[in-house]
Design a protein around this ligand. Structure first.
Ligand SMILES: O=P(O)(O)OC[C@H]1O[C@H](OP(=O)(O)OP(=O)(O)O)[C@H](O)[C@@H]1O
Ligand SMILES: Nc1nc2[nH]cnc2c(=O)[nH]1
Length: 174
């Protein structure tokens, strides 16, 4: 990437936080729980969350829901599009949504009501990062980091499709 970035959270800090979060989550998940990652942004965090859960003795089912609202823009388009649905029913199950960032809150609020409408018994949320706008909204059940109001890239987060594989959480220099 040619974009200039500042590192906000290092890979080592992320690893440590994932370890703490997954210890807490493992205590809360029941044997029939499904961990649901929101594509695309959650795929890196999701991989670390499920491996952390395994270290803490839980190997839940997994699934993905592909939602999109930003496209290649730095601003939410306002409307959430379901690009690909869950592969298995979740009726009566506890679910944990895993996503990368909580910003306007539209994505996570949509995902919560969408999964509830599919019959989930309990919907828990685990967000890697929260930006200041979302601090006014309902808190996630599990949160990695409170970060500033900057455009985030890396560790799953993209800038127009690029940068998801960067190991740290970075912010675009303005
Ligand atoms: O709180 P919000 O304002 O809704 O923003 C959060 C969402 O924005 C990004 O998704 P995006 O639509 O960019 O799709 P992506 O996951 O494929 O990057 C990100 O992955 C979150 O899901
Ligand atoms: N990549 C990326 N996607 C977002 N969606 C909402 N906020 C952000 C952000 O800061 N970075």
């Amino acid at each position: 990437m040619t974009t200039q970035l500042d590192i906000l959270v290092s890979a080592a800090q992320i690893n440590q936080r994932v370890e703490e979060l997954t210890a807490e989550i493992a205590d809360r998940l029941d044997e029939e729980a499904v961990v649901i990652g929101l594509l695309q942004g959650a795929f890196v965090f999701m991989a670390d969350v499920v491996r952390g859960l395994a270290r803490h003795g839980k190997t839940p089912r997994t699934d993905f829901l592909w939602l999109s609202s930003y496209g290649d823009s730095h601003e939410s388009g306002g409307r959430i599009n379901v690009l690909a649905d869950l592969q298995k029913p979740i009726g009566g199950r506890q679910v944990l949504i895993v996503d990368d960032v909580y910003d306007t809150g539209r994505t996570i609020l949509f995902a919560k009501s969408y999964l509830a409408s599919k019959g989930a018994r309990e919907v828990l949320t685990c967000l890697l990062a929260r930006k200041p706008l979302a601090a006014e909204l309902p808190a996630p059940d599990y949160l990695g980091f409170d970060l500033p109001d900057r455009f985030l890239v890396g560790y799953g987060l993209d800038d127009a499709g690029r940068g998801r594989g960067l190991p740290d959480i970075c912010a675009v220099k303005t």
